[in-house]
Design a protein around this ligand. Structure first.
Ligand SMILES: N[C@@H](CCC(=O)N[C@@H](CS)C(=O)NCC(=O)O)C(=O)O
Length: 227
């Protein structure tokens, strides 16, 4: 008897802008888990209605595995890890795994200053546009968290080898670079490790070819709105 194994599908937003989509996509790609992707644009007429019709709650990413659909980035990554126990998606050591989940939870629930002020925009470079005073506490937390993890693991990633926690922080790493924010050498080196990852490079290459504009993620729009 033959069983036709269907590939999982990840529904994602525009690669230039969609931070949440990048995270599970990186996990699937880096750990060589077969998947297809479908882009649901976050721009253009009727984009939200399209999202609502194709996703459980109107947001991407969503992982589709046969007739099963799961949304929320953390839940998606946990599902990928549970269904691929042979892949080191989380650190093997129980305490390190707990700390990697702690870091991921911090990212999922926090860093609102920098998220609001400096949207991911992979094809752009916007130095001197962000008022650093307004995001200083997030920058301090990044320094503390990342340098602590890197000192403990020895790098190049937060827990040594690339894991789900690095995928969670990859969009934040791009924001630090895009807006040329003040960071230590340790943090700069970590950002370079993310940019050197072949899975990230594949996403990045596709992102910078995109031409669609998501206004709410453009710094001119955000700063115009807030001024
Ligand atoms: N908490 C969600 C956040 C998902 C999210 O906000 N996704 C954005 C794209 S990066 C989205 O779908 N935006 C559509 C909207 O704002 O209506 C997760 O963890 O996946």
């Amino acid at each position: 008897m033959f069983f036709l194994e269907t590939k999982m599908k990840l529904l994602i937003g525009n690669k230039n802008y969609s931070t949440w989509s990048l995270r599970p996509w990186l996990v699937l790609q880096h750990f060589a888990i077969p998947f297809e992707e479908e882009i649901l644009p976050l721009n253009g007429e009727g984009w939200k209605e399209n999202l609502i019709s194709k996703t459980p709650y109107g947001f991407v990413p969503v992982l589709v595995d046969g007739d099963f659909r799961i949304s929320e980035t953390i839940a998606i990554i946990e599902y990928i890890a549970d269904t691929n126990p042979q892949k080191p998606i989380w650190p093997a050591n129980t305490k390190m795994r707990a700390l990697a989940r702690e870091a991921s939870a911090l990212m999922h629930a926090g860093f609102n200053e920098i998220r609001n002020a400096a949207p991911m925009n992979l094809r752009s470079f916007h130095p001197n546009r962000i008022d650093v005073n307004k995001i200083q506490s997030d920058l301090d937390l990044i320094e503390k968290l990342w340098s602590g993890c890197l000192a403990r693991s020895g790098g190049p990633f937060l827990f040594g080898e690339f894991c789900a926690a690095d995928a969670m922080f990859a969009p934040l790493a791009t924001r630090l670079k895009t807006y040329d924010l003040p960071i230590s050498d340790v943090v700069r080196e970590y950002i370079e490790a993310i940019y050197s990852l072949s899975a990230f490079q594949i996403w990045h290459e596709a992102a910078i070819k995109e031409t669609a504009i998501v206004e709410m993620d453009e710094i001119d729009f955000i700063q115009g709105k807030n001024s």
